[in-house]
Design a protein around this ligand. Structure first.
Ligand SMILES: [Zn+2]
Length: 152
């Protein structure tokens, strides 16, 4: 999850180091769905992970599909299929949503999808909260406009 600018100061100075340790603890795999960090692949409609297949061999090394493109993916024992390609990036989540609480028990190494799913209810609440704050500013502004209009 990208860190919101207003929350940046809530993270400890050594957050980078902490998050590396948590990803190491997880064996560089999502602690929820098990996908390996940095792997290229796609998700099917049920959310299952399929590894991208190399697109070829340029004589020096294998070539790989680019993120965002559709390419052939494989999963053990199944017919390859074409899926939209993403790269897994393990992120570190706070179970209590509090960046200050970096107790290892409060931290999980999760892929984008699992992190998003966990944060979604919280994020919806945050969006509502910011919208309410925005509306409150709007009310103040409207109030001032009305006052100014009445003093004319
Ligand atoms: Zn995951």
């Amino acid at each position: 999850m990208p860190i919101r600018p207003e929350n940046k100061s809530r993270y400890p100075k050594n957050w980078h180091e902490i998050s590396l340790q948590i990803r190491e603890r997880a064996g560089q795999k999502c602690e929820e769905c098990g996908v390996p960090n940095r792997q290229l692949g796609g998700r099917d409609e049920s959310g299952n992970w399929w590894r991208a297949k190399p697109t070829g061999d340029n004589g020096m090394q294998l070539t790989w599909p680019t993120e965002g493109s559709e390419a052939w993916c494989e999963s053990d024992g199944r017919e390859p299929r074409r899926l939209r390609i993403v790269r897994i990036v393990l992120t570190v989540a706070h179970l209590d949503h509090k960046p200050e609480n970096c107790d290892p028990e409060n931290l999980r190494a999760w892929c984008q999808r699992c992190h998003n799913r966990y944060d979604a209810p919280m994020r919806r609440a945050g969006i509502k909260e910011r919208a309410r704050a925005q509306a409150a500013v709007g009310d103040l502004f409207d109030g001032r406009e009305i006052e100014e209009a009445e003093t004319d």
